[in-house]
Design a binder for this molecule. Sequence first.
Ligand SMILES: [Zn+2]
Length: 294
Amino acid sequence: MGEPGGSNAGGDDAFRVWTYALNCCLDDEHPPEQAGADQQALINDYVDLIVEELEADPDRLAAAAAQCRERADQDTAAGCPPHHGDVWGAYLAELGAARVRTAGADTSSRKRERLLRQIHQRSTPAASSTLWDRPRQWARNWRWLRKRRRLNPVWWWRRHQLRRALTFEHARRADDMLIVVANLHGDAIGKIGFESCAICQRGLVCKVETYPPYDGYGIGGLLVDAALAAGGRPSDGFSWYTTGQYADARGFWRTMARRHRTPFRSGSTAACAHMRSTTTGTSDERSVRLDGAL
Ligand SMILES: [Zn+2]
């Protein structure tokens, strides 16, 4: 993947940070320093995740931040917009390193363990009420009901009406991230963010979500269909992967993998080098068919 001057381990850390950062503030192209007060809770959650993933090691956090920053600078120097994942990744990893230092966890292993314990407690659904966890709680509590309501004709009728009224809107961000938004009578009720590379015939789904009360009607599956139609179909040779998956989403991705006959697995090989840099491969080479995708 041509990591700039880093060890493999450091490259893996930077990649993990990059995938988390991709999911952070998917809709916004503004730099992280301009994040509004409403985004701070989300940013804090992602900093937690990154600190936990890199075991509250300030050196690993700093190295991952430096690699992301270096990639962003390379893109900027080449006259390309830097990648969202690199710009946000550097920002989040630097915040993480600062959090570790503030907690004194860089000099004391006892404080480091305590910090990791606190983060773990914050990230368990019972202790959290952030946007981040709400869909997970919802899925867990209502999974049994979902199964039951499929026996209900009213559910099928609503699903049919909902699907008939949906429209899909495509957008391409400056860093080539693609977003498809599902609209119902002008209101966004769900979205999917993904990248696709025509050179490697590979797609990477970063995030798919449906907002309550419209979840549970298969909108997530329709959004995945839309992403594949726009980014490249498995029947045309494309393979699709995902960024890190929550435990509650694994069933969904297994279903999608069976339905579309493509892996939809996460891992360090999920993205190709072209996706991680806006300077590697031009947009034209990587172009996806956005027009008439649906
Ligand atoms: Zn590629």
